[in-house]
Design a protein around this ligand. Structure first.
Ligand SMILES: [Zn+2]
Length: 509
């Protein structure tokens, strides 16, 4: 029976509440902690999207439930407004339950351009206030959000601690004033400070309003964006988007160095985020991309409200089309099952895709009700929005992937904490997993690179040993061989002969 589980402070991460519980109860062992709270010894904490929330809510006073924990104490609200209902429901279930698999892939976080935070961040002035008010400090969720680089209350850039929130040996780290010692303040370009502060404000607004938005499917976002662009006179002709104007608007509003800071500086290439987000949505874009674009398009209004307003309009338009279709006055007839099925299909898909999805249905209708079919097809929701499909030049693609991989590898070399650089892991970093796997034979350079540079088990084990060794040296400690191995996440039985030689060397054997 769990008693005295701490009540979450305003904007505190669930992760941080659990860490405080451990401190209040003097629990030192991470395995003991997770066993006590979750009945599981092998639970890896995630600071942003934690699971087991039903169980945690049961330790708290009655007015807490999983829903309020999700909305106020996790980073899920960043994803919710931009994901279709089906994904949101799946994710909420996963957060509530004893999920073991990560939600990050499902929510597109791993494939996102937006880098998530690797070390916990904080505002020392806020900490001072927390200390005065509560007698302890805690990790606020907004601090751990990329884009929230600046404390709006104290008008100063956040500090990055040396406490890893994504590392291999993740556990529940409590916020501690000692972190001040090894922390560095974020170096923001002084000319961009106002923009960082503005963005932080928009993120706060998003966090508190995200559950008011429900998204039926990606088509509604596509329609919403198309209408915003149309209302801002950013179309050339009836349905082509004038990207140059859109790009100019975004750059003028946010400035190039600001966009580059978030890796959103590329606004010109054919597959850049800006062009893709204006086109048909097939997958979710990140909160940052949405906020930055919508703010630049409609600067006078809160982006989340603009977004909601246009989504509502899109939903109504889609509904009206359905009604028009269903009560066609001149015939007043009841539709056949086939006709209804087809109408439903073209509310979700452009005609061509609908036809591919159910060719037999199309053929039947074409034979029996050709005139009706051609007419109804004009109301297909997405037809005017589908962009021309670019032909893929595999040679160029191959070279691009290779360049990206070199960059990724250079970055990884700095990051001694990263997971094993398997082929799969490296491909995932490129963000085009199925494209690459399906067209393996068309990408000889990428293939060769991956075969040569994927990390073997030997190297990976040696890297983990090295990391512990560095730790030992910087902390000026000495770990016994068994502790040393445990801190490296290894056991004597699992060491490969090569790693064993390396280990023996370190141990001076
Ligand atoms: Zn502050």
């Amino acid at each position: 029976m769990i008693s005295n589980f701490p009540t979450p402070y305003p904007d505190e991460l669930v992760y941080s509440v659990i860490a405080r519980y451990a401190v209040h109860h003097g629990i030192l062992s991470p395995k003991y902690l997770t066993e006590e709270l979750f009945n599981s010894r092998n639970l890896t904490p995630t600071y942003d999207l934690p699971s087991h929330l039903d169980r945690l809510a049961s330790y708290l006073p009655d007015h807490y439930d999983a829903h309020s924990l999700i909305q106020n104490h996790t980073l899920f609200p960043l994803f919710q407004p931009f994901q279709p209902n089906s994904v949101v429901n799946y994710a909420v279930q996963a957060l509530r339950s004893e999920r073991t698999q990560s939600l990050h892939t499902k929510l597109g976080k791993n494939a996102s351009r937006i880098k998530s935070v690797n070390f916990f961040r904080f505002c020392p002035h806020c900490w001072q206030e927390q200390m005065e008010q509560y007698g302890e400090v805690y990790w606020k969720r907004s601090w751990q959000i990329t884009g929230y680089e600046y404390c709006t209350k104290h008008a100063s850039p956040l500090f990055v601690s040396s406490v890893s929130c994504n590392g291999l040996d993740r556990r529940y780290y409590v916020a501690h004033l000692n972190a001040l010692k090894d922390s560095i303040q974020l170096a923001l370009n002084s000319e961009d400070l106002n923009k960082h502060s503005e963005l932080a404000g928009l993120i706060e607004e998003l966090l508190s309003n995200s559950d008011t938005i429900t998204l039926k499917n990606f088509s509604s976002i596509s329609v919403a964006y198309f209408n915003i662009l149309k209302d801002r006179n950013l179309l050339s002709g009836q349905k082509n988007i004038n990207y140059e104007k859109v790009r100019q608007l975004v750059v003028d509003y946010w400035g190039e160095s600001f966009l580059q800071y978030y890796h959103l500086g590329d606004l010109r290439s054919e597959n850049c985020w800006l062009k893709n987000i204006c086109r048909k949505h097939r997958k979710a874009f990140s909160y940052l991309e949405h906020l930055i674009l919508i703010r630049a398009l409609v600067p006078t209004c809160s982006p989340i409200h603009t977004y909601q307003q246009y989504l509502d309009m899109a939903a109504t338009a889609i509904e009206e089309q359905t009604i028009q279709v269903n009560v066609k006055p001149e015939t007043n007839q009841i539709f056949s099952d086939d006709q209804i099925k087809w109408i439903q299909l073209i509310q979700e898909l452009p005609v061509k895709s609908a036809r591919q999805k159910n060719g037999a249905l199309y053929a039947r209708l074409y034979r029996s009700q050709k005139e009706w079919l051609l007419k109804i097809n004009q109301t297909a929701v997405m037809a005017p929005l589908s962009p021309p499909k670019p032909r893929v030049d595999w040679n160029i693609r191959d070279r691009q992937f290779m360049k990206q991989l070199i960059k990724i590898r250079d970055e990884l070399l700095e990051d001694i904490d990263s997971p094993q650089w398997t082929k799969k892991f490296l491909i995932k970093q490129l963000g085009h997993v199925s494209l690459i796997e399906k067209n393996w034979h068309l990408l000889p350079l990428t293939k060769t690179f991956l075969e040569r540079y994927a990390e073997s088990v030997d190297c990976y084990q040696i890297r983990r040993l090295t990391r512990t060794f560095i730790h030992q040296q910087t902390e000026n400690k000495y770990y016994s061989p068994s502790v040393f191995l445990r801190l490296s996440g290894l056991s004597p039985e699992r060491l490969t002969p090569e790693a064993r030689r390396f280990f023996d060397n370190i141990m001076g054997k």
